[in-house]
Design a protein around this ligand. Sequence first.
Ligand code: MSK
Length: 634
Amino acid sequence: MKSHDTAVRVMLDAARDQGAETVWDRHAKQDPRCGFGETGLCCRHCSQGPCRINPFGEDPQKGVCGADADTMVARGLVRAIAAGCASHSGHAKHLAHALHKWAKGHSDHYPVKDEAKLKAVAGRMGISGEGMETRQLAGQLADLALKQFAEGEAPLAWAFNHLTAGRREALERLGAVPTGIENTIAEMLHRTHMGVDADPVNLLIGGIACAVADYAGSHMATDLSDILFGTPQPVASRANLGVMDAGKVNIALHGHNPVLSDLLVRAALEMEGEAGEAGAAGINLMGVCCTGNEILMRHGVPSLTHSISQELPIFTGALDAMVVDYQCVYPSLVAAASCAHTRVITTMGMAKISGAVHIEFTEENARESAQKIIREAIGAFKSRKGRAVSIPEISSEVTAGFSVEAIVGALSKLDPADPLKPLIDNIVGGNIQGVVLVAGCNNVKVPQDENFLGLAKELLARDVLVLATGCGAGAYARHGFLTPGAAEKYAGPGLKAVLSAVGEANGLGGPLPPVLHIGSCVDNSRAVDIAVAVANRLGVDTDKLPVAASAPEYKTEKAVSIGTYAVAFGLPVHLGVVPPVLGSQTVAGLLTAGVKELLGGWFIVEPDPLKAAEAIFGALQERRRGLGLASRPW
Ligand code: MSK
């Protein structure tokens, strides 16, 4: 099976009938995969190579420069972390520029929407804001944000100000303290150049520092998005290909950064009239991947699809435009659209795709670009007339928008004086056995959503609360896990009682969903904030909490970096796809066991979702026993 999503399977048949190629076809053409690459034993860092190491102990055992398997594998891994960090923090820097330009009067398009969040973030970063106008405070925060990228005094404040005291000490003891975000990325590239760092332990410590820098960038992206576009609150919507509407101008917004998509939401509302003049019943915006999560959380814009199924909406014949910013956007979209009327529109100077329509988007020309993009889509809608359209009528209800502020707000209805108390009491009492953050992508090597679904069903039934981000949240959205009904269907009795109590106290007339959609990939920082708040409230470090993370179908370098910072913060972290580290027993051993002694967290690598759930549940129980709480067998 290629996908557990019925709508995806319908569209795969349509793609086959249209003679179109998809990610699954290209995946099959890559087999057999190179064993050296899969185990991390191929090095292309200099032109004496590529060098390979024989994983079975025979020659060659060293690269031309003398690098051994441990060095080769460690270098490959930490370079992936650096790329992940660069992606999340590039996204954050873009937002910092948008806020900075508004604060300095260079652009009117990005006013502060959430002043309370601005003050709260500024306060956490040491800016009092006393007596300051909003623009002045925004300017000071944006200046501080931009300074976080250059080399500065260690430790990096946007990371360390959001951790427990114990965690800060653990990272300092290890020497995994980033200075500036971009400085740390540059150092990783330098260290992994030929002939620099050849000590696998030292390389991995550098990789952990870089992952902590990634956390700083991710947290900054979350904070600044909330300030500029509003802090999410629970919102109802729908997810899956059935959210398309043949009578409207269908526009999918794909990528990661709300700096473009949030403005397109505003522009679309203003341009309904133009769509009507073209014969459309309106403009239908939909989201793909994390841009989809950003506009779902803040505006209730429905989610169209996620990750590996991103090409498929084109084969309905009803998608008028696929508008992309950056990250996780397959260049194959252009080929998929070549036989359709769909316009693939790139918007960022740093992320063009040959064959796509490029409409450059900057903070200064934001409104004009947004209008131009929507006009392009309206033009495509006109050219669609008379063409066949087939939309699978499949979609699920969704409740999303669970920011930290929204979760605390919901809990405060149970205990206004101490909102975290109901959560902590239920963890201590065992109604909630633990909390697992399920994050990351779909990976074409796994039948789409199989690991997400298998894992959640097992954990929820055992009273484990699930938080979800990224395309993981998307998988749960498309399969109906983000609904009150899913609590009835999947949650164990203890968890169901807690979700029902919170739901009733908030006047929902039913339970909260058992999987809480907390946002996009950068919003994994929201989960860390909750863990840190609970740890501080209990007077322990985050490595003592019955909290874990999982990326059961991960694929990107960003996910590698997120997983590494979660381990650095003391969490057991499950990976459902084997990373390219098996070529080094030293590196694999450090990641799955050695690091636990140093930081409390470790990686669990398990492709089978049932076995993975058992291992994660076991890790939660180990934590419960450590806190003196009652534990349960599997
Ligand atoms: S979009 S990083 S495929 S989760 Fe954040 Fe999805 Fe993974 Fe991209």
